[in-house]
Design a protein. Sequence first.
Length: 73
Amino acid sequence: MATHTVSAKIPKKLNDQLGQIAKIEKRTSSNVVRMAIEYYVSAFFELHPQFREDILESRASIRDGDVEEYEFG
């Protein structure tokens, strides 16, 4: 598997928390970051298409004037 290096600046607190997780899980910080990115990318591609469809459907309803009034409370 070919790998690539990614650099990011993160706040000290986040870096400290990353180090704590790595120590607890007996992993490298790099491995924890890779796992976090994999999780985010997977969730994005699994969930995002439905959100996109919902947004497009809502926009079409608004364009067509098919909007229900919202009553608060």
